[in-house]
Design a protein. Sequence first.
Length: 408
Amino acid sequence: MSALFDPERHQPLAGAAWDAAIARAAIDQIVQETRDTFTPDGLWPIHPNDAEPDDPPGPQASLYFGAAGVIWGLEHLAREGAVGPGPSFADHLLDIQRRNRWLFESEAWRRMLGTGWQTRSWLLGDAGVLFTWWKTAPSEPVLSALAEAIAENTEDPALELMWGAPGTMLAALALYRASGSARWADLYRAGARALEASFQRDESLGADIWTQTLYGERAQYLGPVHGFAGNAFALLQGRELLEPGQWASLSSRIARTLEATAIRSAHGINWAPRTGARRSGAPLLVQHCHGAPGMVTALSALDAPVDELLLGAGELTWTAGPLAKGANLCHGTAGNAYAFLKLFERTGDDEWLARARSFAMHAIQQSEAEAARLGRRRYSLWTGDLGLACFLWECIRASARFPTMDVL
């Protein structure tokens, strides 16, 4: 049996007490440095940990770890009143879209994605950039291009949130809620039907599961970025657009899969990155993208009796401690701490909010230390300082909205 977490991947929690003034100052500093660093040619410099060896030179442009995500984060924080007004950089989004398409049409990305290659996805492709463009400078041509990207993604074989229909379904859902237009509801429901049809019984699990075709291979991932939890989240978010009986059945099946794939120990509950990985003997990950925190963040609103699983996952995340990889959302301390905010939201227990805020103070220290070491910030949403700033704002508000998942 695999160990539920690897202590080498985590750090002891720093002892600083929660201080909302320090959190606000950190948000202000991150946003100001981000605004000041932009250049039209270079956008924002890529962080060494976000650079892929085969990528063409130049900045990243996607929602996940590129310029579109930075603009999304800046716009969100200003609209919320977390920071004062400043430049939106929206007039650069046409160039950003072109740069992003050029990158993902490169030979390196075509090889990496294999038969699943495409450029329309939510976190890395056209849909995320176009949605950010609509948020900051809405126009009908942008909406039409976004509708086309969402429609073409409905049957994508990735069957996960980063590349597949679950991610673009979130964009359709947000546009339906903003406009009330049936066009967006229909696009969301089409994705939901495709997800429901591909959620199939696996006798070895004793439950239903999605099988991803991703990066040239087939696998059954479990986490919110690449697998089961992200797909379930997309259905959960738009359940009011589904038939009542349809959602009741899906909710029950999702809860069974969550139970069937859970791994328990005295430390709490965790999940392997994918089915079968629990037999490898390697310690499991405890991150938003793979492991207990992401399962909580994606499924905390599930209307099924899964509290024992969610609370056990929260306890494991607390026991493991902050992530040594940094402060970010995808695989860092802030992302893990969203699980605590979600459990506070579900249970009303102030201890979970206090735990999130303890991780927040640790994440601020991590971010400042890395910025001092490199001489600059990490300019991205999911992997960098803008995501941390969004998390700190949620800690101040005592709310639990994960960027580009819960709040769009």
